[in-house]
Design a protein around this ligand. Structure first.
Ligand code: AMP
Ligand code: GLY
Length: 423
C-alpha cells in the first residue's frame, strides 16, 4: 500500500517509523516531511496546509491511504477534501476537528454533557470580558478561542495581567481571528496527564498515558513551548483514575460528539489535570500530541496501520490495541532561544549505534546531504526501557552523544513523574 502522511515534525517522524513496521505498508510519502524524515519516507515539497496540492498529489500518485497529523489541515478540512477525492484517511473531518479548533465549542460541549472541566465563561465582547476578569480572584486563566500555536493560554497572576491578556487577544488581535472570542476559566491544580485515544465513534481505545513538559526551562520555568519532553506511562494516572476517566470523560466525549452530529474518527487527545476533586479536561486536541507520540508509539505493540484503517472503516472494536509494559522518555533537543527567537543552520551530528530513536522535528538536508538545524524543536531523543528511570537515563546518555551548535534541552524530563507515589 502507498501511504502518505501530512506534516513534517517529530510526531510525523514517529508515526512514519511506526507505519513502516506494518507488513501492509510498501511506500510512505511525507508532505512536506523534513531532513530527518527523508531517511524513512519520500518527502514531497507540499506544505501541510496546502490541501488542494495534497489532494492532487494523492490522485496523481494513486495513494491508498492518508494520515493527516497536524491540527491546521484537520481544522481546515483536509480529511473532508481527501475523502471526497476517494482517498481514505486517518483523522477527524472538519466538523469534528472543531473540538480543538474552538475552545468556545469544546467548553460548551463539556458543559452541555456534564464532562468535568474548569468552570468558565466565554466572551465575544471585550468590555464584558474585562468586567468579568475584574470580579475574579487571580490566578485567572485566559484562553483565545481558536488555534494559536499553543501560545493562546495565559495564566495571569494578577487582575492587571489578565486584563492585558484580554486586550491583546480581543483588541490587538495578537492571535488574529483566534482571539475574537475568549474563554476565561477557573485555575486548577494537580499533575497533568495526556491521554491519546483511537476512536471510530463507536469504540474508544485509550493509548498508554503520558506527561508533557511544556515550559522551556528546568523546574517548569520560562515560556510555554510546544513541549520540551515526555514520559510514558504517566505514574500519576493509576488504573483507578483511568477507569474513572473512561467512564466520566472518554466515553461521554465520544457520545457527545455523536449526539452533536460531529462523530470523531481519529486520535482524540485528552489533556487532563488530576485535581484534588477528580480528573478535569484542560483541553482537547483533534490529533496525536507532539512530543507525546514520540513516547506512546514506541510502546505500541500492535500494528498502527491496521488500527488506523480500522478507525476509518469503523471497526476499531475488531483490532487489538496493545502496549508493552515498559516505559519511554523523549528529550527534546531544541535551538537555544526557542520558543522566542533562535539561530539555525547548524550541522547536526548523530553518531551510529544509539540506544534511542531519534525523531527529527526541525532539520533540512543541505546540498551535501548533511542535516542542518531549521527549527525551534530540532530532535526528539526517545528511549524505551523496562522502567521509567532507566528510560530517562538512556535518553539523556544519548542526548549527550548528539551535537549541534546552539543546542538546548531540559535536564529534568521525567523528574516530577519519578516523584509520583508508588513510582
Ligand atoms: P493548553 O494550551 O490549553 O493545554 O494550556 C497550556 C497549559 O496551561 C496547560 O498544559 C496547563 O499547564 C495550563 N492550563 C491551562 N488551563 C488551565 C487551568 N484552567 N488551570 C491551570 N492551568 C491551566
Ligand atoms: N504536546 C502538546 C500538544 O501536542 O498539543
Amino acid at each position: 500500500m502507498k501511504v502518505m502522511v501530512i506534516g513534517g515534525g517529530g510526531r510525523e517522524h514517529a508515526i512514519i517509523k511506526a507505519l513502516k513496521k506494518s507488513p501492509a505498508v510498501d511506500e510512505i510519502y511525507a508532505l512536506p516531511g523534513n531532513g530527518g524524515i527523508a531517511a524513512d519516507a519520500r518527502c514531497v515539497d507540499i506544505a501541510a496546509k496546502d490541501i488542494d496540492s495534497a489532494v492532487r498529489f494523492a490522485q496523481e500518485n494513486k495513494i491508498d491511504y492518508a494520515v493527516v497529523a497536524p491540527d491546521d489541515p484537520l481544522v481546515l478540512g483536509a480529511v473532508d477534501a481527501l475523502t471526497a477525492a476517494g482517498v481514505p484517511c486517518f483523522g477527524p473531518d472538519k466538523k469534528a476537528a472543531v473540538i480543538e479548533g474552538s475552545k468556545v465549542f469544546s467548553k460548551a460541549l463539556m458543559k452541555k454533557y456534564g464532562i468535568p472541566t474548569a468552570a468558565y465563561e466565554s466572551f465575544s465582547d471585550m468590555e464584558k470580558a474585562l468586567d468579568y476578569v475584574r470580579g475574579r480572584t487571580p490566578p485567572i486563566v485566559v484562553k483565545a478561542d481558536g488555534l494559536a500555536l499553543g501560545k493562546g493560554v495565559v495564566i495571569a497572576e494578577s487582575t492587571e495581567e489578565a486584563e492585558k491578556a484580554v486586550r491583546e487577544m480581543m483588541q490587538d488581535r495578537k492571535f488574529g481571528d483566534s482571539g475574537l472570542n475568549v474563554v476565561i476559566e477557573e485555575f486548577l491544580t494537580g499533575p497533568e496527564v495526556s491521554v491519546l485515544a483511537f476512536t471510530d465513534g463507536k469504540t474508544i481505545a485509550p493509548m498508554v498515558s503520558s506527561m508533557d513538559h511544556k515550559r522551556a526551562h528546568d523546574g517548569d520555568e520560562g515560556l510555554n513551548t510546544g513541549g520540551m519532553g515526555t514520559i510514558a506511562p504517566n505514574p500519576y494516572y493509576t488504573p483507578q483514575i483511568a477507569e474513572r476517566c473512561m467512564k466520566e470523560i472518554f466515553v461521554p466525549t465520544m457520545n457527545a460528539m455523536n449526539a452533536e452530529g460531529r462523530t470523531f474518527k481519529g486520535c482524540l487527545y485528552f489533556g487532563l489535570m488530576l485535581t484534588p476533586s477528580g480528573p478535569r479536561v484542560i483541553e482537547y486536541n483533534c490529533r496525536f500530541g507532539d512530543p507525546e507520540t514520540q513516547v506512546v508509539l514506541p510502546l505500541l505493540q500492535s500494528d498502527l496501520f491496521e488500527i488506523m484503517r480500522a478507525v476509518t472503516e469503523e471497526r476499531l472494536a475488531e483490532v487489538p490495541v496493545r502496549f508493552g509494559d515498559g516505559a519511554a522518555c523523549c528529550v527534546i533537543m531544541a535551538s537555544d532561544g526557542y520558543p522566542a527567537s533562535y539561530k539555525k543552520g547548524f550541522e547536526i551530528t548523530v553518531p551510529e549505534g544509539l540506544d534511542s530513536e531519534v525523531y527529527v522535528a526541525g532539520a533540512v538536508l543541505n546540498g551535501e546531504g548533511k542535516m542542518m538545524t531549521s527549527g525551534g524543536r530540532v530532535l526528539g531523543v526517545s528511549a524505551v526501557a523496562a522502567t521509567l528511570s532507566e528510560a530517562i537515563g538512556k535518553a539523556y546518555a544519548d542526548v549527550e552523544k548528539i551535537s549541534f551548535e546552539n543546542a538546548y534541552y531540559r535536564h529534568d524530563i521525567g523528574k516530577r513523574a519519578l516523584e509520583a507515589p508508588g513510582c
